[in-house]
Design a protein around this ligand. Structure first.
Ligand code: SAH
Ligand code: SF4
Ligand code: F3S
Length: 477
């Protein structure tokens, strides 16, 4: 077989075989060390950022386990630490550097320890330069496009003994069939597309995740069928703008059609998706959510700002009025739906009036919850060059007022489910009290109720006794 190091472009099948070859090579290497030191080797994958990264981490951990590492969530005990990074806001980057600094000392004490970094931060040349220069103890560095190459890169590190850096600048090939290690046995993320073409002016994602590319519907369905036969009941379809799913395929195929195909899969109980863009959310999609009982009663519809003036500067391609009429239309068709959102405060030039528009949309749209972010300047994006960056104290003040409005609105709105009996997919033992479990309704709202862990992974009916703000306390019926 061809293991020529520079031959990156190739047929997916050849590429798969190539990676399986390197997995085998690494496995031999790890087996030898394990025998030599008389204990297993442990790997720890730390994930920053969004659901895309979480899914990528499952793939990375799958490869590491296949190679022979055992999983641990404690970095200081691990022989292989992998940071899967995010760069969407500055504080995500700072956290990584802080943690990396601490890891340097841990590594000094463990001669077998390797440190690797991947993910969105690694797609920024100045970040890689900084790590190459100031963090020489990092062993392997790769990006968002070649995560499937982990074994090959590790093998290069094992055999060369020096830092391995391999960053691609676009998707040349994707190998999907490698082993994955899911965090939850009963639910899974599924990539339906990669990249983003929207270029919202504040956002770095299109630069670090590349151009939009949809996966073939058949491949997606096949992956989900396999997951279902392995015990998965709920899938989360992942894409930066799922409405434009299908645009890069050679034939007409919409996201709503994809939902229809996936809903036919026997044994699959719930379908979620993230994220639709308000600019091109079709009626066809609204009807698909309404008419498919497996599609969850929840839509995450990022607002970003309620001011039409700012939305234009953000390149979001919708106005306050268009957004609100979309919310109206969705609620008219699916009255019981839960709508959640993302909001940024402090975008360059934001005035009090713009901010009041945002508060107004929050009150009118009646979100069940909202992720709120302080605008973070990302080098290389158009907004970073805009004048009128808003002073920090003003942004903080607006941020606090936004939080208050969001929690008032969502609390009183979420309460509408009180007294109902709804299906809950049980996810885990409650963090605070082991005699309780925690699960999610199809509207994505959390419910805590008394039950033993045997119900984890099952769908059960729960009476919603009391709304506690963002979550419910309930009783199993
Ligand atoms: N594709 C998704 C969002 C991906 S990023 C969408 O279009 O909705 C997740 C969220 O991070 C965004 O919705 C936005 O609210 C926030 N975000 C992105 N860039 C940001 C920045 N520079 N500063 C603050 N928040 C940002
Ligand atoms: Fe970023 Fe906009 Fe793409 Fe979402 S749609 S990832 S906010 S550029
Ligand atoms: Fe996600 Fe952060 Fe990358 S939000 S796509 S992990 S920059």
């Amino acid at each position: 077989m061809d293991i020529n190091k520079d031959n990156k472009v190739g047929e997916s099948k050849g590429a798969l075989e190539r990676q399986l070859y390197f997995i085998e090579k690494c496995r031999e290497y790890i087996k030898n060390i394990t025998e030599e030191i008389g204990r297993p080797l442990y790997a720890c994958v730390q994930t920053f950022g969004c659901q895309m990264n979480a899914r990528d981490s499952e793939k990375l951990l799958g490869i590491l386990k296949e190679i022979g590492y055992q999983e641990t969530d404690k970095e200081e005990e691990a022989d292989f630490v992998l940071y899967n990074t995010c760069t969407v806001r500055e504080n995500a980057n700072l956290r990584v550097y802080g943690r990396l600094g601490q890891l340097r000392n841990v590594k000094k004490k463990n001669p077998y320890m390797l440190i690797a970094m991947c993910g969105c931060m690694m797609q920024e040349p100045d970040v890689v330069e900084k790590i190459r220069k100031s963090y020489k103890f990092v062993d392997v560095i790769f990006g968002t496009f070649n995560i499937f190459q982990l074994a090959e890169l590790m093998y290069n590190r094992f055999t060369s003994g020096s830092q391995v850096i391999d960053i691609w600048d676009n998707t040349k090939e994707v190998v999907e069939e490698l082993p994955t290690s899911r965090k939850y046995p009963f639910k899974s993320g599924v990539n339906i597309m990669y990249g983003c073409n929207n270029f919202c002016t504040y956002c770095i994602v299109p630069y670090v995740r590349g151009r939009e590319k949809s996966r073939e519907p058949k491949e997606i369905v096949r992956e989900i069928e396999k997951l279902v036969s392995d015990g998965v009941k709920e899938v989360m379809l992942l894409g930066q703008n799922v409405n434009s799913y299908g645009k890069t395929l050679d034939y007409e195929f919409t996201f709503a059609q994809l939902l229809g195909e996936i809903a036919k899969i026997e044994g699959l109980e719930r379908i979620r998706f993230m994220t639709p863009h308000p600019k091109d959310l079709s009626d066809e999609l609204i009807y698909a959510i309404r008419d498919n009982s497996k599609v969850c009663n929840h839509i995450h519809l990022p607002l970003q700002s309620g001011s039409s003036r700012l939305l234009k500067l953000m390149n979001r391609n919708y106005t306050k009025e268009q957004y609100l009429s979309l919310v109206d239309k969705i609620r008219k068709e699916i009255p019981d739906i839960s709508i959640t959102t993302d909001i940024i405060v402090g975008f360059p030039g934001e005035t009090e009036e713009d901010f009041q528009d945002t508060l107004d949309v929050v009150r009118t749209a009646k979100y069940d919850s909202a992720y709120t972010f302080i605008y973070s300047k990302r080098t290389g994006t158009p907004a970073a060059k805009m004048e009128n960056q808003v002073p920090e104290d003003i942004v903080k003040d607006r941020f606090n007022r936004l939080l208050e409005t969001v929690s008032q609105v969502s609390h009183s709105h979420i309460k509408r489910y009180e007294g109902k009996e709804l299906d809950v997919l049980v996810e885990d033992v409650d963090d605070h009290d082991a005699s309780y479990v925690t699960g999610r309704m199809t509207n994505n709202i959390l419910v805590h109720f008394k039950a033993d862990r045997s119900v984890i992974g099952k769908v059960v009916k729960v009476h919603l006794d009391e709304c506690k703000g963002f979550y419910y306390m309930g009783t199993i019926v």
